[in-house]
Design a protein around this ligand. Sequence first.
Ligand code: PLP
Length: 375
Amino acid sequence: MMASAAKTQALSFFHTHISPSAVELVNQVLRSGWISEGVMVKRFESALSGSLGLRNPVAVNSGTSALHLALALAGVGPADEVILPAQTFVATGLVILMQRATPVFADIDPMTGNIAPASIAERITPRTKAVIPVHWAGYPCDMDEINALAARHGLAVVEDAAHALGATYKGKPLGSISRFTAFSFQAIKHLTTGDGGALCCLAEADARAAFSRRWFGVDRASSRPSILGEREYDIDAVGYKYHMNDLAAAVGLGNLEDFPQRLARRQQLGAYYREQLRKVSGLQLLRLDNDRTHAYWLFTVLVDRREDFIRKLADYGVPASVVHLRIDHNSAFGGTRPDLPGQAKFNDRQVALPVHEGLTDEDVEMVLNHIRGGW
Ligand SMILES: *Cc1c(COP(=O)(O)O)cnc(C)c1O
């Protein structure tokens, strides 16, 4: 095939970054003989709040654990409804089912991929207990409007910021705005610990409860072993085995060192794509308001004839992916909802381009040239 002859080396869609200091710190932990939760987890948590401004980050073993812990702490249970967008990964919906609560899908703004506050308002009932806005691709949701609605109706806001570490909203970092914010440090997220996550809590009381319930409901920091050898504690609520371990924390701490530069590179690439793709026919950029900054875990655009677009780029070694289609179609969530017009529009046309720090300037020019050449 002609196109194959043109193919040089294929680019990767995601990029797993392990910094030299991550390797160094992991070696330190391995040599220390203490690999479970310990001092490295504390250091990682301090670095997350110190360098990124996250409020009371509680390190856990996945982003899903962080989301689930937040719903448990918010008291979400079988009689409750939780509002979420369908434009997300299934984890956002599954944590609601884990609490035996009912997921209620709100519509999104098709020009951002983010949940629409007006649609949340329409779906609030006396049973609504929480709302989970998802910052699609790393672009912050309308948090003022969402938090105002939540305050009026007594709802807990749990931000799913799995794509959005480093993004800001009206000058504040995500992770410092709502009652709860969950981050993921999974292998392909832009800060990785292998697997891991963090739950940020605005209230000290929530943070204390999160620290204890991430480890079976025992507060490790204040429970001491008795002469018999076991810690003294009293379990008063269901706790989980969700803590992060020191090996994972060492990877995260090391990777945090160059995170600002890597995030800046993604943001520079995002801005450059926007400038260069503005006038391409059949391609529409998403909206970017200037009161918030994008973390660019993904660079999502809307295109006509999406399969042709993906096929053409693939022929030249450029991966393009939807990453996630709407999740409501899964049987566990009851099947595709007919009442989400914004979601339907987005779902049919969205596709993401590679935007990570492993791309060279030449790679990016190559991607742009193939897109500008048409599909
Ligand atoms: C990655 C992701 C999660 C889950 O994070 P894990 O660390 O893999 O458990 C949740 N929500 C969204 C939107 C994600 O992309």
